[in-house]
Design a protein around this ligand. Structure first.
Ligand code: DER
Length: 233
């Protein structure tokens, strides 16, 4: 399938370019990162690479363990060399929407501890502006008791719609790996300054973390439909 192949090619290129022996790595969440972890495991096996992998979710934890990679955490390794992760959308300034999988809180923490933050994505994430292709909005992790006031305040401040993310395989809301709720903000199309918007949302009492990653990505690898990989730096 072209999408899966484009994810794989982007992930392999990123790992081949950035992952070196002895590195402490941040391992993101989602489906594209799976290809990156497979490539890292291949290099560990074939080249005897020694790396430590700090996960960004329970899913990433399981991915590291099931690929027999050495698990780490920020308590032991608070300064990482490279964090690799996916994204739901990337705009022309490399501002990201993340959190489609509800893991943006630990992802942002790990990315903030890394010297380099590298994003791997298929071509459907390659947008000119946020919201051009990704229509599920910006995820915001909130303390459960505050989800209604936070929703009201976001709508008052910026407009749009805010929805509490409901679970599919469990009655009630999605519960994050941190025990919180997730709001999805379907933002209006007139937002100009994502840095300012992100800072204002973060200051609302009850907000834990947003899925807006502003000025964090150093390099983005997009797998293209023709099999090539486009690199934004
Ligand atoms: O939920 C997340 O933050 C994921 O990293 C998401 O942004 C990318 O997931 P995908 O690689 O499955 O598209």
């Amino acid at each position: 399938a072209p999408i899966e192949e484009s994810k794989r090619r982007a992930a392999y290129q990123a790992v081949d370019d950035f992952v070196k022996d002895g590195m402490k790595l941040g391992i993101g969440s989602g489906s594209t990162i799976v290809y990156a972890v497979h490539r890292i495991a291949e290099k560990v096996k074939n080249e005897g690479l020694k790396v430590i992998c700090v996960p960004t979710s329970f899913q990433a934890h399981q991915l590291v363990v099931s690929n027999n990679l050495q698990l780490g955490n920020l308590e032991l390794h608070s300064e990482l060399d490279v964090a690799i992760d996916g994204a739901d959308e990337v705009d022309s300034n490399m501002t990201l929407i993340k959190g489609g999988g509800g893991c943006q809180t630990q992802e942002k923490i790990v990315a903030s501890c890394a010297n380099k933050f590298v994003v791997v994505a298929d071509y459907k994430k390659d947008s000119k502006y946020l919201g051009e292709q990704y229509k599920k909005g910006i995820p915001i992790e909130v303390i459960p008791m505050a989800y209604t006031p936070v929703s009201v305040k976001i709508k008052k401040l910026f407009g749009g719609e805010v929805h509490l993310r409901m679970a599919q395989m469990k009655a009630g809301p999605v519960i994050s790996d941190n025990g919180n709720f997730i709001l999805d903000w379907l933002f209006p199309n007139d937002i100009a300054d994502w840095k300012a918007v992100n800072n204002e949302i973060k200051m609302i009492a009850g907000v834990v973390e947003t899925g807006l990653f502003v000025g964090m990505a150093n390099t983005v690898y997009f797998g293209l439909p023709d099999g090539t990989v486009k690199v934004l730096r």
